[in-house]
Design a protein. Structure first.
Length: 255
């Protein structure tokens, strides 16, 4: 008996980006981390530029209030500045504003409005918005379920390096749920997401190697990815890893 694949979905997530490259660091798994830091000089400059009507700085000021960066955290003020920037088609501001409608934070929950804003940002190439659009189409939020559109937007976000999109796209391709099943495609995107450190993808990639799904069966590759998932705290991976070791040990004794 083995534990089979994981099919959990990721919730929509808000885009949080600092514009200053010097503040961007990369963790050991290669995922971007935003260091929530801002100097008073930067904040003052952002305010001046925001009040002058510059959408990038309206977004940054909105984010400062959203995150409480050198100001008292205030979602209402954050929304005010996000709306100003969103009117000028700033993709990050539209994405964050959509999140407030999506989750019903301060603003009345409005999935249709959220989807429209995500779509506007997604069409401008924002990968987080593309992911959230796909998720909403897949789950029938703000729109009837449309897996073809979900696949389309997951694919765009996945190509942009979003590993949550890569994982959810792999799930769609593997299950063939209302779209053509593509096990090799699923394997490809699980591998992309697993290489970025996503534990669910690491487990599922190990399982595909283990069972020979979408690829040639390989116990060594299965063990490699189960071990990665196990090191990230996945108990199912630990169990399957031990089952392979027992099987190989018994096989060696029989021969």
């Amino acid at each position: 008996m083995y534990y089979s694949k994981k099919h959990s979905k990721k919730a929509p997530y808000i885009l949080i980006v600092i514009a200053f490259v010097s503040l961007l660091i990369i963790d050991v798994n290669g995922k971007k981390i935003d260091e929530d830091d801002m100097s008073f000089t930067e904040l003052s400059f952002n305010k001046v530029m925001a009040y002058s009507g510059h959408p990038e700085y309206q977004y940054k000021l909105g984010r400062a209030y959203d995150k409480g960066l050198l100001v008292l955290q205030n979602n209402g003020v954050a929304i005010k500045w996000y709306k100003k920037a969103a009117k000028k088609k700033h993709p990050k501001a539209m994405t964050n504003l959509a999140y407030f409608y999506d989750q019903g934070l301060v603003l009345e929950k409005n999935k249709s409005k959220a989807l429209d804003l995500y779509l506007d940002a997604a069409r401008l190439g924002n990968s987080v918005a593309q992911y959230n659009v796909a998720l909403m189409y897949e789950n029938g939020e703000g729109s009837p379920v449309d897996l073809s559109r979900a696949k389309y937007w997951y694919l765009l976000a996945a190509k942009g390096g979003d590993y949550h999109a890569q994982y959810n796209l792999a799930l769609l391709l593997e299950t063939g749920k209302c779209i053509k099943q593509d096990l090799k495609g699923a394997f490809y995107w699980y591998e992309k997401a697993a290489s970025s450190g996503l534990v669910e993808a690491q487990f599922n990639l190990g399982y595909m190697h283990h069972m020979g799904i979408g690829t040639k069966q390989s116990f060594s590759q299965a063990m490699k990815w189960y071990l990665s998932a196990a090191d990230n705290g996945d108990n199912d991976a630990k169990f399957n890893l031990e089952q392979i070791r027992i099987f190989l040990k018994e096989k060696a004794h029989r021969t």
